[in-house]
Structures are given as structure tokens and as C-alpha cells.
Design a protein around this ligand. Structure first.
Ligand code: ADP
Length: 163
């Protein structure tokens, strides 16, 4: 039984995140999406709201082997507690690399038995991130195609769209 964590801020979850989650579900028996509060990023949605949005998608899409939880501590401790052997991260472009490389090496320093697995999304998602979605929503842009319908619905409660 191989378990992986997929950590992130997910503010909000996008189709790029889901592309990575689906790939991870194909590789592992169980994937735990771990939602960090990330106060440094001053999130649009609270941790609980982000978890609820992801849970709704897991239910809708019947991802039988995925679960979602909030977690704000040291990730490798949570991985050990859940007997996870891997941390999943998405790599979109070279610009992601330096930060991800540092994180992966530090996590390996802390827990050598846990691997970081980088997955690449479909190229249509390589320029997509949550902050672009938030920016488009604020500025009344068209961002519907980048996020699941349930997330779009929630976004429009905060940013009513005239499109
Ligand atoms: P964090 O604050 O931990 O970077 P994010 O929610 O921004 O949290 O991202 C979580 C993970 O998902 C990261 O590994 C990131 O590279 C990946 N990710 C985010 N957007 C995409 C995307 N469009 N395609 C593939 N991976 C993505």
C-alpha cells in the first residue's frame, strides 16, 4: 500500500492541480491532499473553505483513493504519521525548479526515506496558477476554463462576474 501526500495552498484548486492529482492517483494506492494555511500568501479562501472545495471535487469525480485534510506543521512529520512514502509536487516550468529543488532536498534531509516525486501537467496548464485565477476574478476576466465548475461558482460569490 503506497501512500503519497500532495501538499499545497490550493487557493483555489485549479485544473492544473487536478491534472497532477489524477496522475498521482494513477501511481499511488492513496493520495492525501494536504492543504496548508500559508499565511504568507494571505489566502483568498480560508483553509476550511479550500478543503471543502477539494472534498466536493473528490466526491463529484469519485476519486476513490483521494482524501483531503488541512495541515500546517512540518510536512515530513505528517507524511511519517500517515506512512506516506512520497510527496507529490507539480513542475510547470524552469521557474518552479529552484524553489522545488530546495524544498525537496530539505525534506530529504529531514526524512531520507520519503521521496519527492515531480509530475508534469498537460502543457495546457503550464502557465496556470491560483494567483492568475484570483487576479482574473478580481478584474472581471474570463477564467472559467481554468477551474472546476464548483470552484467557479464559489469564486463568483466573491467576485460577481458581468461576462
Ligand atoms: P504552494 O504554495 O505549496 O506552491 P500551490 O497550491 O501553489 O501551493 O501548488 C501546489 C503544487 O501544485 C505545487 O507543486 C505546484 O507546482 C503545483 N501546481 C500548481 N499549479 C499547477 C499547474 N497549473 N500545473 C501543475 N502543477 C501545478
Amino acid at each position: 500500500m503506497k501512500t503519497a501526500l500532495y501538499p499545497g495552498t490550493f487557493d483555489p484548486i485549479t485544473n492544473g492541480h487536478l491534472d497532477i492529482l489524477e496522475r498521482a492517483l494513477g501511481l499511488f494506492d492513496k493520495v492525501i491532499v494536504t492543504v496548508a494555511n500559508n499565511s504568507s500568501k494571505s489566502p483568498l479562501f480560508s483553509g476550511d473553505e479550500r478543503v471543502a472545495l477539494i472534498q466536493e471535487i473528490i466526491d463529484e469525480r469519485q476519486y476513490a483513493n483521494a482524501t483531503v485534510v488541512r495541515f500546517d506543521g512540518l510536512l515530513v512529520n505528517f507524511a511519517r504519521k500517515n506512512s506516506a512514502c512520497a510527496l507529490i509536487r507539480g513542475l510547470r516550468a524552469i521557474s518552479d525548479f529552484e524553489f522545488e529543488f530546495q524544498m525537496a532536498l530539505m525534506n530529504r534531509n529531514q526524512a531520507p526515506e520519503i521521496a519527492t516525486v515531480f509530475l508534469m501537467p498537460h502543457e495546457r496548464y503550464t502557465y496556470l496558477n491560483s494567483s492568475i485565477v484570483r487576479e482574473l476574478a478580481r478584474l472581471n476576466g474570463d477564467y472559467k476554463e481554468f477551474i472546476p465548475a464548483s470552484v467557479y461558482k464559489k469564486m463568483t460569490t466573491l467576485f460577481p462576474t458581468t461576462l
